[in-house]
Write a protein that binds this ligand. Structure first.
Ligand code: ZN
Length: 371
């Protein structure tokens, strides 16, 4: 029965159904492109497909999402997409994760995927996924669309240490645009409405077809020696392919050229909490931490601050207005770098509220994923 199902694939000389059936793939983002990619991978018979999305279905998604129906509005996108593709092919294994992949995708799990397909619609999520993939050397396929153009980028990290990452050639304007959403470092600005890019099923299905083709190539073990980008004009059919060179100063991957050691630790800071024998060793956190705040008018003494020690992007800029005096006179302290001594002495008993810690020495980058 299974063989008969895939019989037409078996006639294609470059199609290795056995490799496809044992492949493990993750799709991050189950919107327009994610729907199409999930549908394609399921129809090809990809053995294990994990879907990640925190978002719920809205009525306007239905013009671009083959897996969603009107009565699904309000349900989680990953959950519904998983249910529908499981019906497309009952032989495959489908899992869904309703939440933020940053919280739900451990590094050791990322490592086990043949490739991860990035089908999100924002730069922040792409950069975070790029971090996971560069650290774990997991193949990454990124997609981007607007109403006319489709872009698919392949980052074959698994077999190449010297391959460019997503951030290697990212223009500064992207970081400037991301930063414009925040004030005082990493507090979210109040009432910033994201500009939505209008898209149609034409560009999303084109992006998904290309991304699926590249995923198949990676599953089949095709050797990509360089990162590449394919840009297609969906109106004219004109397309171009370019290769990315690694940028030696890239903030995304320059430290990953060293040996990377990934380990796990409890997020609780105790007196025995020890990442390094050197108390002065610098520990970088994967996410900025709101350490403390203090109204300079109400509490002039610098020791009179309120200690928070939580992820900075859980807070917005309303924090800078003092609840007592109503002035914009609150100083906030946000850090993404600590000494081990500082963590143990100032924050014992607290949980480090980030995905992972990074310690650098000359030979090695150590990543401590927190549980
Ligand atoms: Zn890079």
């Amino acid at each position: 029965m299974t063989f008969e199902r895939y019989q037409r694939h078996s006639l294609i000389d470059w199609f290795a159904q056995d490799l496809v059936q044992t492949a493990k793939v993750a799709i991050i983002g189950c919107g327009a492109v994610g729907n199409e990619v999930a549908k394609n991978l399921a129809l090809l018979g990809v053995g294990s497909i994990d879907l990640y999305d925190f978002d719920t279905i809205e009525i306007h998604n239905l013009t671009r999402s083959v897996l969603f129906r009107e009565h699904d509005v309000g349900k989680n996108k990953a959950e519904v997409a998983a249910m529908r593709i499981q019906k497309l092919d009952p032989n495959i294994k489908v899992n869904y994760f309703a939440g933020d992949f940053w919280d739900l995708l451990p590094l050791d799990k990322a490592q086990n995927y043949n490739c991860i397909l990035c089908c999100v619609d924002n730069f922040e999520a792409r950069i975070k996924l790029n971090q996971i993939c560069t650290l774990t050397r997991t193949n990454l396929i990124n997609t981007g669309i607007d109403s006319k153009f489709t872009q698919v980028e392949v980052f074959p990290f698994a077999n190449n240490k010297q391959v460019a990452c997503y951030q290697c050639n990212l223009p500064n304007t992207v970081y400037e645009r991301m930063q414009a959403r925040y004030s005082c470092g990493w507090l979210k600005k109040i009432a910033v409405t994201e500009k939505k890019i209008p898209t149609t099923i034409i560009t999303s299905s084109l992006a998904a077809a290309m991304a699926t083709s590249k995923a198949l190539a990676l599953i089949n073990g095709n050797e990509f020696t360089k990162a590449e980008s394919i840009l297609i004009n969906s109106a004219t059919g004109v397309s171009s392919i370019s290769n990315f060179e690694q940028n030696n100063c890239c903030i995304g991957c320059h430290t990953t050229k060293k040996h990377i050691f990934i380990t796990k630790s409890s997020a609780n800071i105790t007196s025995k909490f020890n990442f390094s024998d050197n108390a002065k060793a610098e520990v970088n956190t994967s996410d900025p931490i709101l350490v403390s705040y203090r109204c300079v008018k109400c509490n002039p003494n610098t020791n009179d601050c309120t200690v928070v020690f939580k992820k900075a992007d859980d807070f917005d800029a309303s924090l800078t207005t003092c609840k007592q005096c109503n002035h914009d006179s609150v100083d906030v302290v946000i850090q993404d770098s600590f000494t081990t001594h500082e963590l143990i002495n100032n924050y014992a008993g607290k949980k480090i509220p980030v995905k992972f810690l990074r310690l650098e020495n000359k030979q090695q980058t150590t990543i401590i994923e927190l549980e």
